[in-house]
Design a protein around this ligand. Structure first.
Ligand SMILES: Cc1cc2nc3c(=O)[nH]c(=O)nc-3n(C[C@H](O)[C@H](O)[C@H](O)COP(=O)(O)OP(=O)(O)OC[C@H]3O[C@@H](n4cnc5c(N)ncnc54)[C@H](O)[C@@H]3O)c2cc1C
Length: 367
């Protein structure tokens, strides 16, 4: 029977596209599996990981079960070794048409942002890009709204259904929009890397994972581009998402940009962290775009986030306000960053930061 994306009752299960690069699964996949597990539990269905690649180690596939997958669909083919839109779209659409999942999550990585919409269009379904929150359960969605919105949740009527409620920032981050896709399946969403928390690895889950080898129908004629060479960025990019401590600089370093970044590096060094930044510094060309935290940068939730000379615009907060401990240094006592800070220091960052570095060094030495 021909595939019909509007036959919603025929679709079941939650899927996560588990992206790999050079045979190694990317950490975004673990975040999405952890989130997908919760959705699958709420729906009482299976959670499946989908891996496309060539000769991926079995232990990597099994490990996906450690983050929640019941099953892994493994598409092993020479032409899937390196990502191409044509090959990945074809293989994924063939698999979706065959197995019919009701929800399909993809990381909003460069590859995910290319792949997701292409698959959605081909499958004739909807996709919400760049989501920061997902729910199927109405009660849980209401709880989410109570803590994050101004909606009078108790006096608002919500339709009881298990549609995927896909929330994402809209209008430059000034609003959060929840989008549903009630008439078509799968409900597709790309999810920002770093937003969903990875659950602890479960050995028993990994041991139980079922790996299903998919019969891949793919030939060179299906692919309209040739990948001649894959070149890595010459400079090693900063790993903001995985960092335990992030020390970020903002426009407050404008007086002495080099000195400000050096202080941030030094503070990050003593705390064992990395340097982040607001968009203002990236736009000014003071620091590389890979350092940017925020709505159009990375989303981080480190143990410690230090904001040096950052005002706390909503678009910056969107990327860091879930950090465990936020320390803000700003010379303006009414800067909005202090509203989310666990510790606020009103002062000049050029004076305060060396004092912080000194104090941490002294505390370490005393140990
Ligand atoms: C669609 C859209 C997406 C965006 N995405 C992002 C994003 O991803 N990330 C992001 O960061 N921004 C983003 N922005 C930009 C955002 O709105 C702000 O413009 C930006 O975050 C401001 O950066 P800032 O805090 O460094 O600079 P400012 O707002 O200029 O703040 C500088 C702060 O430094 C303080 N200061 C100055 N000198 C000192 C000193 N010597 N010591 C201590 N404090 C000092 C000042 O009091 C001030 O609070 C986005 C904007 C839009 C419209």
């Amino acid at each position: 029977m021909a595939f019909n994306s509007s036959d919603t009752a025929a679709f079941k299960g939650v899927w996560v596209f588990c992206e790999q690069r050079e045979g190694v699964i990317m950490s975004t996949s673990y975040q999405l599996l952890s989130e997908g597990r919760k959705l699958a539990n709420d729906l009482g269905v299976e959670l499946c990981g989908v891996v496309l690649g060539k000769d991926i180690k079995e232990e990597y596939l099994k490990a996906l079960g450690g983050y929640g997958a019941d099953k892994v669909y493994y598409c092993n083919h020479e032409l899937l070794d390196v990502y191409t839109t044509d090959a990945y779209t074809k293989v994924i659409c063939d698999l979706v048409e065959d197995k019919k999942p009701e929800i399909f999550l993809i990381g909003a990585t460069n590859i995910g942002r290319d792949l997701g919409p292409r698959c959605a269009a081909r499958l004739h379904t909807g996709l919400t890009a760049d989501c920061t929150h997902l729910d199927v359960d109405v009660a849980k969605y209401k709880e989410f709204l109570k803590t994050t919105s101004t909606i009078d949740v108790d006096n608002t009527v919500f339709e009881e259904n298990t549609n995927l409620k896909m929330t994402r920032p809209a209008f430059g981050g000034h609003l959060m929009a929840t989008i549903i896709c009630p008439r078509f399946r799968p409900q597709m969403s790309t999810v920002r890397p770093g937003v969903m928390q990875t659950q602890p690895y479960d050995e028993a889950g990994a041991a139980k994972t079922v790996i299903e080898n998919v019969n891949v129908a793919l030939s060179k004629d299906d692919i309209h581009v040739d990948v001649i060479e894959v070149k890595k960025a010459a400079k090693k990019l900063v790993d903001l998402i995985g960092a335990d401590v992030v020390v970020s600089v903002g426009r407050g370093i404008s007086k002495d940009v080099e000195g400000g970044i050096k202080l941030a590096e030094e503070l990050a060094g003593v705390l064992g962290g990395v340097v982040g930044s607001s968009r203002a510094c990236v736009d000014a060309g003071w620091i590389g775009a890979d350092h940017q935290v925020g709505q159009t940068g990375k989303t981080v939730h480190p143990r410690i986030y230090v904001a040096l000379g950052i005002s706390g615009a909503i678009q910056h907060l969107a990327g860091m306000q879930d950090s465990e401990c936020i320390i803000a240094v700003n010379k303006n006592e009414s800067a909005p960053i202090f509203d989310v800070a666990s510790y606020g220091i009103v002062g000049d960052l050029y004076k305060v930061t060396p004092m912080l570095i000194e104090a941490i060094r002294a505390a370490k030495a005393a140990k």
